[in-house]
Design a protein around this ligand. Structure first.
Ligand code: DQA
Length: 160
């Protein structure tokens, strides 16, 4: 099973931008930790970062037939992008919305997510550890999907 991690605008600036909010950890370090979790649990993982809305939409579309789950921090596009929301709805791949900061403790404009209604769930406010929690949650989603598949296959077997 493969996870696509998509990072939106300004997340390439982690470790530099507003450290009092986002902390000192760089994006590469976060990705290293996610890769370690993926390796330990037999999962494939790929990382993508873009500051452009259309490129994020393209990447979500490319996930079709490629990835089984998406972990997405859309940055500021979380609060504005109907296009990213529509892309997630279109591909129907389980998606987890992630934020480093607790968006509900910040400005009012961050308290609305365009994307959350089409996501499996939202993790916000645990610093870089939010990504680890998202990996655990995605792993759980994959296990549930596998269990459903298995049960369906058993039902299709002819009765003895
Ligand atoms: C963020 C929260 C957003 O409101 C902000 O625009 C970001 C980062 C977070 O991870 O806390 O760029 O998504």
């Amino acid at each position: 099973m493969k996870i696509m991690v998509i990072q939106g605008p300004n997340l390439n600036m982690l470790g530099v931008r507003e450290q009092q909010i986002y902390g000192p950890m760089k994006l590469e370090e976060i990705h290293k930790q996610m890769k370690a979790f993926a390796d330990a649990n037999g999962l494939e993982i790929e990382f993508f970062q873009s500051n452009y809305e259309g490129e994020i939409v393209d990447k979500i579309q490319e996930c079709l037939g490629e990835a089984h789950g998406i972990i997405l921090n859309a940055g500021a596009y979380t609060h504005t992008s109907i296009a990213i929301r529509d892309a997630i709805a279109a591909v129907q791949i389980p998606t987890i919305e992630v934020h480093i900061s607790n968006v509900y403790r910040r400005e009012e404009f961050r308290q609305k997510s365009m994307i959350a209604p089409v996501c499996a769930g939202v993790i916000t406010g645990f610093g870089p550890f939010s990504y680890h929690l998202a990996m655990v949650a995605m792993h759980q989603i994959f296990q549930e999907l596998e269990a459903i598949k298995k049960a369906q296959a058993q039902q299709q077997q002819p009765q003895q």
